[in-house]
Ligand binder design. Structure first.
Ligand code: HEC
Ligand code: HEC
Length: 237
């Protein structure tokens, strides 16, 4: 299901501004990028869009030092217990950082994590945006994973879904090459297979509130199907 071309009309200004900064004209839509870039700067100063982007990247890079122990300084996490952030869509990263946070004091986070919830709780909206822009700008180093030929079931689910279980093709939303379709659909290519598998289990058992179709999709899959498609997606690049 490709993103509708008119999705830009539904996006909040912050996302369109981010799209402008990233040069994603299709998402930024008719919104003049010069005006939105100016709106993002402190009163009295007007920066060009490239200058705003450079400032966000520089600030994001500095903030990212506090994430490096787990996610790597360039977003390529050193081990499978930590997801890679490199090459992920900026709007997805920003949204997940939001979702780790409790919406109000005492309320559960939509995506609770004993590690990420306290970290995300301490980030301002500007921090979340700058970190997202920085990690999105890095290149993902592919996980070592078996090829499509070795994982025929995984490849089949990725490309064609599972008809008798009404599971749609993953490629429809995450892209044939697994790089996702910004701003809604995250990239899975090159991610750790263990992390992808853990998230599919979390969607299935409801511990990760999906904000989309993933609970329904994962609930219709067996453990073996989840394992094979996670291995296949991780090998995409
Ligand atoms: C102590 C280790 C640790 C540190 C430090 C850390 N993270 Fe995480 N992060 C994790 C773990 C573990 C997860 C997976 C959580 C889950 O299972 O939902 C995660 C998940 C994420 C995700 C979701 C990725 C996805 O694909 O959905 C984002 C975004 C993220 N972290 C951003 C950050 C940022 C930005 C920082 C620094 C400000 C940071 N993290 C610091 C351990 C860490
Ligand atoms: C109709 C669109 C759609 C289809 C089809 C789809 N996904 Fe997703 N997927 C999403 C969306 C939207 C998200 C983000 C969910 C969120 O943020 O809560 C997501 C998130 C994920 C994540 C979490 C990524 C991360 O970094 O934490 C995994 C893993 C995943 N999907 C795997 C799959 C697999 C495997 C299939 C095929 C069996 C599939 N998806 C089919 C829309 C889709």
């Amino acid at each position: 299901m490709p993103v509708s071309p008119r999705i830009d009309m539904l996006l909040p200004l912050s996302v369109r501004r981010l799209a402008c900064v990233l040069g994603l004209a299709a998402i930024a839509g008719a919104l003049p990028c010069v005006a939105s870039a100016a709106a993002a700067t402190p009163a009295g100063t007007t920066l060009s869009a490239p200058a705003v982007e450079a400032a966000q990247l520089a600030r994001g890079r500095t903030l990212a030092q506090s994430c490096a122990a787990c996610h790597g300084s360039d977003g390529n996490a050193s081990g499978p217990q930590f997801p890679k952030l490199a090459g992920q869509g900026a709007s997805y990263l920003e949204r997940e950082l939001e979702r780790f946070r409790a919406p109000r004091p005492g309320a559960p986070a939509p995506r609770p994590s004993p590690i990420m919830t306290p970290i995300a709780q301490n980030l301002s909206a500007q921090d979340r945006r700058d970190l997202a822009v920085y990690f999105a700008s890095r290149s993902v180093k592919p996980a070592l994973s078996p090829s499509a030929a070795e994982l025929p079931l995984g490849a089949q689910i990725w490309r064609g879904g599972i008809a008798d279980r009404r599971v749609p093709a993953c490629a429809a939303c995450h892209g044939a090459d697994g790089h996702g379709i910004p701003p809604l659909y995250p990239s899975l290519a090159g991610q750790w297979p263990q992390y992808l598998m853990a998230q599919l289990h979390a969607f299935r058992d409801g511990t990760r509130d999906d904000h989309g179709p993933m609970h329904d999709i994962a609930s219709r899959m067996t453990d073996a199907q989840i394992r094979d498609v996670a291995d296949f997606a991780a090998g995409l690049h």
